[in-house]
Ligand binder design. Structure first.
Ligand code: IMP
Ligand code: MG
Length: 175
């Protein structure tokens, strides 16, 4: 197994992430008051974000999981492979897709088309990070943690060849 040898610099601290996740979950909790949410986590990148978000959302919140892969190392392959790991019935549910980062937008476009076809009562996208300058397709998140420049970032669930996911902050990786 390769060591974590790339240098990195912290871009968003653990405290900043925590404050922002609290704000997002408060916003979601008030907008969904009286409703139940099905929070769909995109594996693996969004697992830490979705876990923190789910725990601070104040309305009933079921969890679903999809696995989406479009990156190899630091390069997008332009192809999105999706497997539906554990997603309950979508029809009539209020779903929120929790994504770690929107880059080209291809993953979310494919996921949102798939879920919309299943007739949810509503569908929103909550992304921790957004790199708008990299967009190839027209996709916008309803809730965004942080907009960032075109850096390759790791930590808080995001990886480079499966490394760095467990860092508690978001860091810019030197490639
Ligand atoms: P998109 O389909 O190009 O929008 O890619 C989205 C997926 O690519 C994200 O969910 C991440 O898993 C991965 N990705 C995009 N940019 C980065 C990055 O800077 N660091 C780590 N993973 C990334
Ligand atoms: Mg992802």
């Amino acid at each position: 197994m390769a060591a974590e040898k790339n240098k990195y610099t912290i871009l968003i601290s653990k405290e900043e992430i925590s404050r922002r996740v609290t704000v997002l979950s408060e916003q979601i909790s008030s907008e969904y008051a009286g409703k139940e949410i099905l929070l769909i986590c995109t594996l693996k990148g969004a697992v830490i974000f979705a876990s923190d978000l789910a725990r601070s959302i104040k309305v009933p919140c079921e969890l679903g999981f999809v696995k989406a892969k479009s990156y190899s190392g630091d390069q997008t392959t332009g192809r999105v492979d999706i497997s539906f790991e554990d997603v309950p019935d979508i029809k009539g549910r209020h779903i929120i897709i929790a994504e770690d980062i929107i880059d080209t937008g291809l993953t979310l476009k494919k996921l949102s088309e798939y879920f919309l076809a299943k007739e949810p009562a509503s569908m929103k996208i909550c992304a921790l990070l957004d790199k708008p300058s990299r967009r190839k397709v027209d996709i916008k998140a309803d809730y965004v943690g942080f907009k960032i420049e075109d850096h390759f970032v790791v930590g808080y669930g995001l990886d480079h060849n499966e490394k760095y996911r467990n860092l508690p902050f978001i860091a810019k990786l030197e490639l």
